[in-house]
Design a binder for this molecule. Structure first.
Ligand code: SF4
Length: 607
């Protein structure tokens, strides 16, 4: 089969046997799942045996791109990193902007599917249709920055380099895969899965053209798209601050994660704000082929470069009581060097601080104690002392110390809550509750919309907006592996993506068709969770942490605000009904059949 837009091949790698093969896949798969997250969940659903241990050789680690990846379009240099998550036990993924995405496509593959376990540490080097497994024993123990430096000297300047640091090697369950010294992807432990396979790094070099239906039209559209972005009113401010302006917004609106999500406001917020960052900034960094580069590089307290964005700064800042941005930047750099997810790292540290404050653990660690935090980060990376408990994530840490801590262990389905306090944001709380990977904002960052729509409301309009956003961002964008910020933050029109898809694939996808693909992907992800959780599955898994329902905000203009559990559950009922799911959040047979997922019905034993 000859396709345009897709290369039509996956590179399948078996690390146990040191073998790899380029395997064609069907056009049906491309048309029904598009790429990225769509390919990843379909592969996991079809090939992973139920109950597979996420850290066993049998688990699959997938790096998947879409039909727009690597073409030289605005914000299209990303890939999705996916696997069964060791942190949550369900579907896990994250996207990352990396030259590996561009090179993988130019090497002739739409996805890299890795299974098995190497007998000793290896680096997988791919160059077009050749590959080799290099001994990485000398790299084991090194940081992702050191690996990047070493391979950057050895291979071409624009080679794609993905690696793990000690957190991934030591199977920290929220370890990520890092690229380009700051672009980190796969929050729910994709770095630990890579570590479990003894795979230290992947280097990809591609030199072939990507097959396009209308290459000349694509060239013109790409130039027009880049130019269009420059005309957007917030473009200049975005280039100055990227996502960092969210610090001020959250502080003004009482949703800044502070002291493990107790306050919503932070008395030192100015110290970690976007304007403070601007005074320290030395450069912008970003994903390949992006002209909105939103990574803000500053010099940290040790004089090293650190790439900042909103979530990392507040989770390693206000959430753990630290108001000095240079120090926050140091912690952020350590997270990238070790290959920690910075959001989850800030959450487990905040949890430990609260447990220490309450006298529930013998370790002493005070809010904002910079030196103690650095020690703790090392202990988590190397699984030493209480660090070993925290290395399994906040859900496991809470289960280990018990004593009522589950109510303030801030996670959904085991994934730590990302950086928005929802004491008075029921729509955003529902977004966390129903997200595809646990409590992450990527699929539906609706909190600024909700603020305008009326934060105190629990209504159908919020559910409608949430579902529409999830289908677009969690479904379509994640399958195309394009960045959500042009559309979400700058107002880049959806029409562009239709045009790009047509020029790439030669096919006209209507919005209705794309939404159906998004819905198919999200339903299959939900089915995967249910298959893996089995008897443990219940609707409470779609409810965010009890702190937001039981403990009112302790400070700020909205002091006293709290979520209402009954009203939340009513919204969840409406959400289920609109998704075509039953009262336990399980997709109904007719929903799955309507999406062409009839085979799922029998596996879930639905009638
Ligand atoms: S806007 Fe930021 S996250 Fe999006 S592609 Fe550009 S650099 Fe990457």
């Amino acid at each position: 089969m000859i396709m345009q837009g897709w290369t039509g091949f996956f590179l399948k790698v078996d690390l146990t046997r040191s073998q790899a093969s380029a395997e064609p896949y069907s056009e049906d798969l491309a048309l029904n799942f598009l790429g990225g997250r769509g390919f990843a969940i379909k592969i996991l659903w079809d090939t992973l045996k139920q109950g597979t241990n996420p850290l066993s050789p049998e688990n699959k680690l997938i790096f998947a791109t879409g039909p727009l990846t690597g073409i030289g379009l605005p914000n299209s240099g990303k890939l999705v990193i996916a696997s069964k998550s060791p942190l949550t036990g369900g579907y896990g993924d994250g996207n990352s902007g990396s030259w590996a995405a561009v090179n993988l496509r130019k090497a002739g593959y739409d996805a890299l599917v890795i299974e098995g376990k190497a007998s000793k540490p290896v680096t997988l080097h791919i160059k077009d249709r050749t590959w080799e497994f290099l001994d990485a024993s000398d790299l084991w123990g090194k940081s992702t920055f050191e690996v990047d430096d070493q391979f950057r000297k050895k291979y071409s300047k624009l080679a794609g380099i993905l690696s793990i640091g000690p957190a991934g090697e030591n199977l920290v369950k929220f370890a990520t895969v890092v690229s380009q010294k700051g672009r980190s992807g796969g929050r729910p432990g994709m770095g630990a899965v890579m570590g479990s396979k003894n795979l230290k790094a992947i280097v990809v070099e591609g030199t072939q053209p990507i097959p396009l239906a209308y290459p000349n039209e694509m060239k013109r559209l790409a130039i027009d798209g880049y130019k269009e972005l420059l005309t957007k009113p917030v473009y200049q401010f975005w280039k100055r601050q990227g996502t960092m302006s969210t610090v001020e917004w959250c502080q003004e609106n009482s949703c800044l994660p502070t002291f493990n999500y107790k306050q919503g406001v932070f008395d030192k917020a100015e110290g970690i704000s976007g304007f403070t960052m601007e005074k320290m900034k030395v450069s912008n960094r970003g994903c390949p082929q992006c002209n909105m580069t939103c990574g803000n590089v500053v010099k940290d307290s040790e004089g090293q470069d650190s790439e900042l964005d909103y979530e990392n700064v507040v989770m390693l800042g206000s959430n753990i009581g630290l108001g000095n941005l240079a120090q926050v930047a140091t912690l952020n750099r350590l997270a990238d060097e070790f290959s920690f997810d910075a959001i989850s790292l800030g959450s487990v540290i905040g949890f430990a601080m609260e447990a220490s404050e309450k006298g529930l653990i013998s370790e002493k660690i005070g809010w904002g104690d910079f030196e103690a935090i650095k020690v703790l980060i090392n202990n988590i990376a190397y699984r030493r002392g209480f660090g070993a408990v925290l290395a399994d994530g906040v859900r496991a840490a809470s289960a280990a110390i018990d004593k009522g801590s589950s109510e303030w262990a801030m996670h959904v389905k085991g994934l730590e809550v990302s950086a928005y306090d929802c004491h008075i944001a029921p729509g955003m709380a529902l977004a966390y509750g129903t997200s595809s990977i646990g409590a992450h904002h990527k699929d539906a960052w609706i909190i600024t919309w909700e603020q305008k729509a009326g934060r105190e409301k629990y209504d159908e309009a919020k559910v409608d907006h949430l579902i529409k956003t999830q289908l677009l961002r969690g479904g379509i964008f994640e399958a195309l592996t394009v960045c959500r910020f042009p559309q979400g933050s700058l107002g880049f029109e959806l029409e562009w993506y239709h045009k790009y898809l047509r020029a790439s694939t030669g096919k006209n996808f209507s919005m209705e068709q794309l939404n159906q693909i998004g819905d198919r992907i999200l339903n299959l992800i939900r089915a995967f969770w249910i298959r893996e959780y089995g008897d443990r599955w219940n609707r409470d898994l779609d409810v965010p942490p009890m702190r937001w329902f039981k403990e009112p905000l302790t400070d700020g203009p909205l002091k006293g605000a709290v979520l209402d559990i009954e009203k939340y559950n009513s919204m969840l009922d409406i959400y289920y009904q609109k998704r075509g799911w039953d009262k336990n959040g399980v997709p109904k047979k007719e929903t799955l059949d309507g999406l062409g997922l009839s085979d799922v019905t029998s596996q879930l034993k639905l009638s």
